[in-house]
Design a protein around this ligand. Sequence first.
Ligand SMILES: Nc1ncnc2c1ncn2[C@@H]1O[C@H](COP(=O)(O)OP(=O)(O)OP(=O)(O)O)[C@@H](O)[C@H]1O
Ligand SMILES: [Mg+2]
Length: 308
Amino acid sequence: MLLQALGLSHRFGEREALAGVDVTVRPGVLTGLLGPNGAGKTTLMRVVLGIIEPDAGQVLLDGRPVAFADRQRWGYMPQERGLYPQMPAGRQLVYLARLHGLSPAEAEARARALLAELGLGERWAERTERLSGGLQQRLQLGAALVHDPDVIVLDEPFAGLDPVAVEELSQSLRERVRAGRTVVLSSHQLDLVQDLCEEIVMIDHGRTVLTGRVDRLRASSGRRQLRLGLAPGTPRDWLTAFPAVEVVADQADALRLDLPPGTDALAVLDAARAAGSVIDFGLDLPTLSQLFLAAVGDAVPGGAGPDA
Ligand SMILES: Nc1ncnc2c1ncn2[C@@H]1O[C@H](COP(=O)(O)OP(=O)(O)OP(=O)(O)O)[C@@H](O)[C@H]1O
Ligand SMILES: [Mg+2]
C-alpha cells in the first residue's frame, strides 16, 4: 500500500515541530525518516499514526484519507517502549496477537515464530523486565509485527542495539519489504541506515533537507573522498598541485582527501604514487551525515537538537 504524508505541519505552542513535510513510502521500498534529535521524526510518525492531529496536511493510503480500520492493519513501534514489564515475553506477543483478533492457536504460533526470528526463542517464559535493553527492543519489534501488518512504522528501531542485532533486525525488515509490505523507520544515526534504506527523507527543524534514493543522493553531489594508505614518511608537498582538494584527515600512514566535483581522482592518486609508496587506496561517496552537514551547514547529526 502507498503511504503518503503531504504537507504536514504541527506546532507545540510556540515550537514548530513540523513545517510542511512530505513523506512518501512505497510498498517494497524500505524508507528512512532521518534527522538529528528534535528534528520532528517522532512527531511526524505520531501524525501518520493518527495519535496527533496535524495543524495542516494529510495522510493518505493508496491515495485516500486513512481510516481507523486501515490503521488496525498497521504495526507501530513507538520510540518510548511500551511492554508490560512483568509479563513473560511469549505471553506478551500472544496477548497482542489476540487483541488483533487471531485465534489462540494462531496467536501462539505467530508469537513462537516471531520470537525465534528475533533471536528470543529461548526467552519465551522469561519476564520482560529480566531481558536486557536490546532484547526488550527486539521484543518490542515483535509486538509491532505480531499481526503481520501491511504498513510498518518503526520509530528508532536500532537505537541502543549492537551491530549484530542491527543486522538481524535489518534482515527481518528486508524480508517484509521484499514481501511487499510498506515499511518506514526513523533514525538519528544517519549512516547506520544508509545501506539498509533505499529511499530517505531527511528532516531538520521540521523541514525537509534531502529526499530521494540513497544511491542517487550519494552520487549526485559529485563529491568523493579519496583514502590513501601511505608508507610512513611519504611527503605531502605534492598536494599543493591540487588546491581545491581538502585534507580531511592526515595521519602518519594515511590521508583522507575530499575531492570536489570534477576532480580527477586518478591524477591525485598518481601524484601520491610519484611522491612515495601508496600501500592502499579507496574512493568513497559521501555518507548521509556528510550530505546532511553540507545541506544544513552548522548542525551536528545525532548531536544536540534545537532544544539542547
Ligand atoms: N508533546 C510535546 N510538547 C511540546 N513539544 C514537543 C512535544 N513533542 C515534541 N516536541 C518538540 O517538537 C520537536 C520535535 O520533536 P520530536 O520528538 O518529533 O523529534 P525527533 O526527531 O523524534 O527527535 P529524537 O531523535 O530525539 O527522537 C522538538 O523540538 C521537541 O522538543
Ligand atoms: Mg524521536
